[in-house]
Each structure stands twice: as structure tokens, then as C-alpha cells.
Write a protein that binds this ligand. Structure first.
Ligand SMILES: *Cc1c(COP(=O)(O)O)cnc(C)c1O
Length: 379
């Protein structure tokens, strides 16, 4: 019997090693990775530059404490703020913790309680972020939720308008709902809720935990929509596999997060920071991001070309290298069939096959994968 809580419905793959786009299991079978560890290893497994940075840091110090100044944190924070709408960073170890920081900051800044999120959103599994998440299956069985979240309908600004009252602090959303089914926001919706936020003095919090760090072909997904968010959260892709998260916010909120107001023992861990520094150096690069956008368009067009005539395929959508194939049937058996064929993919909800390849994927690999998916769906 396994000594691990069965919280994950694991597939029958036992890992041995991973390099670049490829994962090898204990029976030496190879898998092409179109998951990036759920949008984490955006530069591929053990990217040489990231590995070099971590190895160098291993020989300096691993952990000292946030009681002392940490120059690597300063450098990573500077790079994140130079590329985003924010000016100040709080480092955490995970996405949920970055969102916790955002929720706490928004409440402290405004002195108000309610944060509007959306049905089908995903913001994490901690007590607050579980309540922020607009999915019943995430909250099921855990008793009464925090009452301070209200849920709008994604891509429907009228639903947001109905929820706003004098106690509303912020609107928090993903620009492409990831776990909820790879659903991109549309521009009029974004424009309308930005206008509502202006009228009612609400903060805009963008959860970029899956969409950020190059995934959609921009450093941050909100750039597609011309947004100027008050608070941004990132995590997954930031450490390329080292656990790290960050909340990035406007300088005017500085006093709300003063000494002793918030903290984390491990947040901004030096090894994670060394990885993040290498990730940023490689990803926040215009030609690299352009190429991600191009490859994303190529993947979506190729999927449309090859799969559109298949009966069970209902929609193919995404942004950059964050792609969903919506099917009329449940996709779990398809994910399993693809594992047998040597390809790792994800689902997003019961009906969407989700592709999150490392951003270093080649056109040849895309061609190969579209062929594998076509064969699988035709079976
Ligand atoms: C994965 C994810 C989270 C949670 O991140 P963890 O590191 O698992 O806590 C939050 N929001 C979004 C959009 C995510 O994709």
C-alpha cells in the first residue's frame, strides 16, 4: 500500500529522468512532454542555463531567512516589475500562496471584504483560494466556505455589475481560464469590467499563475488585453520546476504590506530565486516570446486543419502555447491512450484535452503530436 494520501488520480507512469521535451520512465519508455508539469517547466526539463544557476547557488547558500537582505530576490523582483504593471513584489512558494497575498493585500488596501471571482475559475487549494475558486468539485465536503467571495459569469460583465456593492474590494480573474477549460477572456468583457472597476474604485487582480512567464506568447497574458492591473500573481513557470510564487503590485500599496504584516519562511528561497533569474533571462526576451506566439498559432491552426472534421471535436482554442481541444466525450481515456503512444497531455475539466508544451517545443514536434492526437481521436 502506498504511504501517500491518494489526493491525485495518478497515471501509470513511474518517472526516472527528464531532459528538455522528453521524460523517461523506469522501464526506459520515452514520452514527449506536452504538459510542462502543468505549465511549470516552460524552458523544458533541466534547462542547462537554469541548472547552471541552481548549481552555482547550491555552492553559496540555500536558505538564510527573510530577516536579512537577499540580492537575488532584489534582482528577480526588479526584472518582474520592469516587465509588468507592478512596482513591488512579495515572494511565496506556490501559486495559492501568491493569491493569498493578493487577497490579503486587496482587503487591507481597500478596507473592504468582498472579492469577485468567476465560475469555472481556479485560484488554488488553500482555505481562501479554495473559496475564491468557482468550482464546486474543489470545495466539496470541506464545509462552509469563506463568505467573502462572489462569483460572476466569465465573459459576462453584466453578471459582475450585479455583484458589486459598497463592500466590494476587487475583481480577480485569469485572462485565460486554465483548469476551467482553456477559456480565453474576450476583449469587450475585459474592457467593461475595467470600466466597472474604475467607476467603483475596485482593484483588478490578475491571476497569471498559469498564463504568465511567456506561456501565451507575452511575458504576462494580460498584455494581450491592454490591461494595467493593480495586482498580478505568478508561480508555475517562474521557477521552471523550483517551487516559487510571486505577487506583484503597485507601489501605492507599499504601506499596507509593511514590516510584520505578511511573511513566509521559505518565500523567495535562494535556490528557487536562482532558477527564476535564469528563467526570466531566457523568457523575457522579445524574439523568444515572438517565437512562442508563432508556434502557438501554428499548433492551433494545425489542430484545426487536422481535427476539425472529427465528430467528437467541438472547439479548438487557446493563446500562445496554452491550447484546449474541447470534445463531446470525456477525455480521460484519450489522455491514457496518448500515454500509451508516448505522449503526455493534460485535461482541463472532463471534456477538454489541454496542451501546455514547454515553450522550447519545435515545429517538428508539433507536427508529430498533432498526428498522434488525430490518430487517438479517430480510434
Ligand atoms: C495552478 C494554479 C493555481 C494554484 O497554484 P499552486 O502552486 O498549485 O498553489 C492558482 N491559479 C491558477 C490560475 C493556476 O493555474
Amino acid at each position: 500500500m502506498s504511504a501517500i494520501f491518494p489526493t491525485y488520480a495518478r497515471f501509470d507512469v513511474k518517472l526516472k529522468e527528464a531532459t528538455g521535451m522528453m521524460i523517461t520512465d523506469t522501464s526506459d519508455k520515452n514520452y514527449l512532454d506536452f504538459t510542462s508539469g502543468i505549465g511549470v517547466c516552460n524552458l523544458g526539463h533541466r534547462h542547462p542555463d537554469v541548472q547552471k544557476h541552481i548549481e552555482a547557488q547550491l555552492n553559496k547558500y540555500w536558505h538564510v531567512s527573510n530577516l536579512y537582505h537577499n540580492p537575488i530576490q532584489e534582482r528577480v523582483a526588479k526584472a518582474l516589475t520592469e516587465k509588468s504593471s507592478g512596482d513591488l513584489v512579495f515572494f511565496s512558494n506556490s501559486g495559492a500562496e501568491a493569491n493569498e497575498a493578493a487577497i490579503k493585500l486587496a482587503r487591507k488596501v481597500t478596507g473592504k471584504e468582498t472579492i469577485i471571482t468567476f465560475n469555472q475559475s481556479f485560484h488554488g487549494r488553500t482555505f481562501a483560494t479554495m473559496a475564491a475558486t468557482g468550482q464546486e468539485k474543489v470545495r466539496d465536503g470541506f464545509g462552509p466556505m469563506l463568505k467573502t467571495f462572489a462569483y460572476g459569469t466569465y465573459n459576462d460583465s453584466e453578471s459582475v455589475k450585479q455583484l458589486i456593492d459598497s463592500n466590494t474590494a476587487a475583481i480577480m480573474f485569469e485572462v485565460v481560464q486554465g483548469e476551467g477549460g482553456v477559456l480565453p477572456a474576450n476583449q469587450p468583457f475585459i474592457d467593461e469590467i475595467v470600466e466597472l472597476a474604475k467607476q467603483h474604485d475596485l482593484l483588478i487582480i490578475i491571476d497569471e499563475i498559469q498564463t504568465g512567464i511567456g506561456r501565451t506568447g507575452k511575458a504576462f497574458g494580460y498584455e494581450h488585453y491592454g490591461l494595467d492591473p493593480d495586482i498580478i500573481t505568478v508561480a508555475k513557470g517562474l521557477g521552471n520546476g523550483m517551487p516559487v510564487g510571486a505577487m506583484i503590485a503597485k507601489e501605492k500599496y507599499k504601506d499596507s504590506f509593511g514590516p510584520g504584516s505578511h511573511g513566509s519562511t521559505f518565500g523567495g528561497n535562494p535556490l528557487a530565486m536562482s532558477a527564476a533569474e535564469a528563467v526570466i533571462k531566457n523568457v523575457f526576451n522579445e524574439s523568444f516570446l515572438k517565437e512562442v506566439e508563432k508556434k502557438g498559432n501554428y499548433l492551433i491552426n494545425k489542430l484545426k486543419q487536422e481535427l476539425e472534421h472529427i465528430e467528437m471535436v467541438k472547439d479548438i482554442r487557446g493563446k500562445g502555447l496554452m491550447v484546449g481541444i474541447e470534445c463531446s466525450e470525456e477525455v480521460t481515456s484519450c489522455v491514457k491512450g496518448l500515454i500509451d503512444k508516448g505522449l503526455l497531455t493534460l485535461s482541463a475539466g472532463p471534456h477538454v484535452l489541454r496542451l501546455l508544451p514547454p515553450l522550447i517545443v519545435t515545429y517538428d514536434e508539433i507536427d508529430k503530436v498533432v498526428e498522434l492526437i488525430k490518430n487517438q481521436l479517430n480510434e
